[in-house]
Design a protein around this ligand. Sequence first.
Ligand SMILES: Cc1cc2nc3c(=O)[nH]c(=O)nc-3n(C[C@H](O)[C@H](O)[C@H](O)COP(=O)(O)O)c2cc1C
Length: 208
Amino acid sequence: MIANIAGNTVEDYCALAEKLNQSNVDMIELNISCPNVKHGGVNFGTSTQSVAEVTSQVKRRCQKPLMVKLTPNVTSIGDIAKAAEDAGADALSLINTLTGMRVDINTRRPMLRNNTGGLSGPAIFPVAVRMVHEVYKRVKIPVIGMGGISTWEDATEMMIAGACAVQVGTANFHDPFACIKIIEGLERFADSLGLNSITELTGTLQEW
Ligand SMILES: Cc1cc2nc3c(=O)[nH]c(=O)nc-3n(C[C@H](O)[C@H](O)[C@H](O)COP(=O)(O)O)c2cc1C
């Protein structure tokens, strides 16, 4: 059982982590794609300094394994990943949503009330694969991949790029059986290759 936590200040994250430390959750996932209200509302996840700060502070207050979930809305995902690892993260997960925008051509207003919003699903898959691979090469801790996975082939691709496990979000909205189909597909593919576990494919990318 993994608890995903978010906050607007380092204190928010620490308060949640302290409470969860007393619970029976197995692991904490830190969603750092959140505005840091004490620093002008810029996301925690977009600077190496704030990633290091929130990671190390939470780590100090909570003995559960800590997975830091990275935002793709950055210039160097590798630098951010390294900052989280150096600050004590036990694992990394990525990617969160990419910031997007659509406009109604008749009213000329943004289609979303918030003007912009998080883009998820198949459109972001190639970005996610690239970032997972970049992070896999940069850190030693486990990398959990997500972002647009909707089939077992997508999950396999993400693992070859470097993920030791995957998460599936948006696909569940249009097919509640998506995860079951993905798991069955991975099992069949592992069997066909004579593997004991699909994780034997993790990081086996043959770069050109
Ligand atoms: C409706 C919706 C709500 C989400 N809420 C959260 C959240 O509360 N915390 C979080 O870390 N990520 C959240 N995400 C991001 C997803 O967990 C995931 O990182 C992202 O959507 C990419 O994966 P996917 O394409 O499989 O959905 C949300 C995504 C969607 C679409």
